[in-house]
Design a protein around this ligand. Structure first.
Ligand SMILES: [Zn+2]
Length: 101
């Protein structure tokens, strides 16, 4: 069997799914194969993180606290983009006098 096959089985075992491979055989390979052992350690860590996050989740308390904080922040940060009504059409043009002789 190939490493990929073992890893598929190991992954399934982490999920508690049927692996189709005897545990002893999996363990034996992991014990001998450094690559698969490292892979398994990473997979277990990932699995732990995922399951922990899934178990805890954003609880009602957490959500309530978040909304409370949002409320305390007070309204929407005002956008003080006032429009300036000035139009610059003031033209100061003076006709030059011609001096002719
Ligand atoms: Zn392997």
């Amino acid at each position: 069997m190939r490493c990929a096959h073992f890893r598929t089985a190991l992954s399934a075992r982490l999920d508690g799914e049927p692996t189709g491979v005897p545990d002893r055989r999996l363990d034996k390979h992991v014990a001998r194969c450094t690559a698969c052992r490292e892979w398994l350690e990473r997979a277990e860590r990932l699995r732990g993180v995922v399951s922990a996050a899934g178990a805890a989740g954003p609880s009602a308390d957490w959500s309530a606290a978040l909304f409370t904080r949002l409320g305390e922040a007070g309204g929407v940060p005002g956008s003080g983009a006032a429009e300036d009504g000035g139009d610059g059409t003031g033209r100061s043009g003076q006709g030059g006098g011609r001096q002719g002789g």
